[in-house]
Ligand binder design. Sequence first.
Ligand SMILES: Cc1ncc(COP(=O)(O)O)c(C=O)c1O
Length: 365
Amino acid sequence: MSASGSWVEVDRGALTRNIGAIRSRVGNRQILVLVKADGYGHGAVETARTVFAAGADRVGVARLHEGAHLRRSGIEGPVHVLEPFHPDDLAEYARLGLVATVCDLEAARSLSGHGTSGGGPLRAHLKVDTGMARLGFHHERDRERIHSALSLGGVEWEGIFTHFSRSDDDPVATELQIRRFSDLLADLHRAGLRPPIAHAANSAAIFRHPEAHFEMVRPGIAVYGYPPDGVDDAGLEPVLRLRSTVRHLSWKEPGEPVSYGAAWVATRRTRLAVLPLGYGDGFWRGHSNRFEVMINGVFCPQVGRICMDLMMIDVTDVPEVELGDAAWIIGSRPELSAQRLAQNLDTIVYEVLCDLGRRLERVFV
Ligand SMILES: Cc1ncc(COP(=O)(O)O)c(C=O)c1O
């Protein structure tokens, strides 16, 4: 129970079981769990602690300060920083024992320089662009540069990886990326330069493209309980629930407009509950008048514009409702899924989860 009246519940058991479900798909390959963006909104530190205890091998963040936060909070397992580094930060990578991502030859040279001039070799994974066109050495045009980078001393070249742009919706494009990556790995193997750990698969590829498992997989959204579309036997459970509390109750008369802009008007005598949850908590105003919450087992429409701190719910059809009753906005049942909120606003569930604000306490249960 959080004093603010609204909070995020994170189900450790579900997280643990989701790691088990992924483990059953990938056998003894390593599992690197993405805990960037504060663990996709779930809380990075506790998520990292839980997934390590459940058998994950590594965790990954996007930025250096996210890795530093994990270390300060006592996370000791391998932590990858997946964005490119600034050369000035390499001493910090070394101090914190973080795994660096190398996206071009210049970066490889900085890393090598750091290693050979007294800083000691840092663990690094080289990133390859096979079709995402975002970060990394181009699989073909940069072939020579990849060889040059991996030949540099002063670096512990532990891994090489790529990232899929369409593993959730286009098997042909993904197979092409897998082929490009495999060709490069074969070429590096022949040259004696292939790093021991190749990895490519995000969540969707883990379930749809087992040929992309290589030596390690990198799930994010699957760990948090969301399988790729069309995979019905993934065995994943949503981990996060968003809970609020009835803070105020009143009756409104027919014709009475509710909240800013009078975007909803009562058509009957309406019992209105107010919840302490709004766009200041990362629950977007765009959801106004477009979803239901569950109070005492009854689905109730949210009505009127969502405010910064508050939202209104029509609870006329709840037989008994009292101050302090729980209101479930995101829950384990399909009707309360974060997916429905994403679909309402034509976005992806990642965005709904990541945007839940820091004002909402994360309570691990
Ligand atoms: C490099 C990288 N690998 C893996 C993932 C995990 O993706 P997903 O959450 O779809 O499993 C991400 C997420 O954005 C990523 O950027």
